[in-house]
Write a protein that binds this ligand. Structure first.
Ligand code: NDP
Length: 301
């Protein structure tokens, strides 16, 4: 008889579906209290095909949750003033509770300046300087969706994270930095690693929790992992197509086959962290709508 010692596979798709269902269940009470549905506005500048796909699926998920979706498209030639003008208009629109500016913007635009014009109360992507400041100070605010989704998966798997050694590989504004803050807020001892980190495998080997958000296919290897660690793979990388195939396979930043043999739990790619991002965007929109309406935060989110 062989014993399967491979890690538990964390089903982000199922967890995200459950979260979306709970959000949809909470919407009617908001409608009853305010006479309107929570509204999410998504702004797409230019015609990047991947961004257009993301915007389309965000819109569909918003409507499926019983919320109002507003989609705004500006041409790739839009000026900084036009982008910021549209964001100001959405800031002033009472039907809009959440604003998401789809990134990246075309190269001639100043992304940080555009994001900073979003009203922090409607910043469902959690990327404004005010939201980042709230997160760093431990003040309730809007938290970036992908790292928040990772935290929910970790808490679901491990319960209380207090005292765990966690390493976050990657320090981007979108994922790595807020992930580190969230883990610190959950009382982990956090190491932040990046491209200048020395002895990365040794540092990873000490961690009970590993979050990889690097953007390098299968970089984290099996012999970097402490037996029993929980591994969250944020990376989405497409390998070159194998012979004859139109597209290459999607893989994460973790060598799944190797790491699964040592970890106690691991997120797959696809089907792990990815589906959590949209579910947490809907969660943030629901929370923003409650706060803007002067209602208590919905329970259980
Ligand atoms: P960025 O490119 O913005 O950041 C990558 C980070 O990795 C940087 O901090 C960089 O360090 C670090 N890094 C690069 N090379 C190394 C290395 N060899 N060793 C250690 N650290 C390294 O990427 P994002 O954070 O935006 O995204 C990371 C991955 O997550 C990507 O694959 C992306 O597609 C995916 N992603 C997935 C999402 C989802 O919904 N599942 C959402 C968002 C992103 P330095 O700062 O020193 O340059």
């Amino acid at each position: 008889m062989t014993v399967d010692t491979a890690a538990h596979v964390i089903d982000g798709k199922a967890f995200a579906a459950g979260l979306r269902a709970r959000i949809a269940d909470a919407v009617p009470a908001f409608v009853a209290a305010t006479g309107r549905a929570p509204g999410l506005a998504v702004v797409l500048v230019g015609d990047d095909p991947a961004s257009a796909v993301y915007v389309g699926s965000k819109g569909k998920a918003t409507v499926a949750a019983g919320m109002e979706s507003f989609e705004h498209r500006l041409p790739a030639t839009a000026t900084q003033t036009e982008v910021e003008g549209l964001l100001a208009q959405l800031n002033a629109d009472d039907a809009v509770d959440g604003i998401l500016l789809q990134l990246p913007l075309p190269g001639h635009l100043d992304e940080q300046a555009a994001v900073a014009t979003i009203d922090p109360d409607k910043d469902v992507d959690g990327l404004t300087p005010v939201s980042a400041g709230h997160l760093a100070l431990g003040i309730p605010g809007m938290v970036p969706c992908t790292p928040y989704g990772c935290l929910l998966l970790l808490q679901d798997r491990l319960g209380d994270l207090s005292g765990k050694d966690a390493i976050v590989v990657g320090r981007s504004i979108l994922v790595g930095k807020p992930m580190g803050q969230l883990l610190l807020g959950a009382n982990c001892t956090v190491t932040m690693a990046h491209s200048r980190t020395r002895d990365l495998p040794d540092l990873v080997r000490r961690a009970d929790i590993v979050v990889a958000a690097v953007g390098r296919a299968e970089m984290v290897k099996g012999d970097w992992i402490k037996p029993g660690a929980v591994v969250i793979d944020v990376g989405i990388n497409r390998l070159p197509p194998a012979d004859g195939a139109a597209k290459g396979r999607l893989v994460g930043d973790v060598d799944y086959a190797e790491v699964r043999a040592l970890a106690s739990a691991i997120t797959p790619v696809p089907g792990g962290v990815g589906p959590m991002t949209i579910a947490c965007l809907l969660r943030n929109t629901l929370v923003a709508a409650h706060r803007r309406a002067g209602l208590a935060d919905p329970e259980g989110f």
